[in-house]
Write a protein that binds this ligand. Sequence first.
Ligand code: NAP
Length: 190
Amino acid sequence: MTKIAVWCRHQKDSIIGIGPEIPWRIPSDTRRFRNLTQGHTLVVGKNTYESFPNRTLPNRKMVVVVAEPGYEVSDKDNHVVITDLNKLNDFTEDLYISSGASIYDACFSSPALMPDIAVDSVYCGNLNPNLSGRPVTVSRSVEVLERSYEALPKQYELDNVKTTVWVKKGASVNRSVIDSICNYLETEGK
Ligand SMILES: NC(=O)c1ccc[n+]([C@@H]2O[C@H](COP(=O)([O-])OP(=O)(O)OC[C@H]3O[C@@H](n4cnc5c(N)ncnc54)[C@H](OP(=O)(O)O)[C@@H]3O)[C@@H](O)[C@H]2O)c1
């Protein structure tokens, strides 16, 4: 099982959300997320899960992280609930962590949970000025990324978003997962 963190953060302060919203609208960013994750299992925090329309996304299974057991998911066949992040290591399929700051930060700060790969997309444009919620930032996770991961040499740029793939230093990472991510990034926008 390979754990892959996927996010798009703002270049300033590494903001990934304001309240429940992603503070930019970039179709190619939405498409990148869909293409990298469809057919796979997503790990999401409860706030992120509840920000999806009807609390679901097509063609993806989901692991929903909540504090208390008994949370009712929208699709019992495809969504499971965990209350302990350590349970992630019991899954056999690859996990795409696309969570919310609390889950990213918990995973990046735990040697047992650290993602093997991070797909780090950085948006360099302006934030939507009409949102007034709490800024959600992954700056703590980014510090770990810069310290404990190695960036692959190629950077991809599309619509003001720069994407770098990082691999955990010293990890023996499934090459086919890296290749499939890089193959998509290579062809997107063409
Ligand atoms: N730009 C991107 O790439 C991207 C990707 C994903 C999400 N987002 C954005 O991120 C924001 C949401 O992030 P968030 O940090 O506020 O929320 P979140 O991580 O999605 O959800 C937080 C909730 O998850 C549960 N939780 C978190 N860690 C837990 C743990 N270790 N054990 C048990 N339960 C745990 C708790 O639920 P309860 O206590 O309520 O049970 C907690 O209140 C939204 O703006 C969303 O759009 C952006």
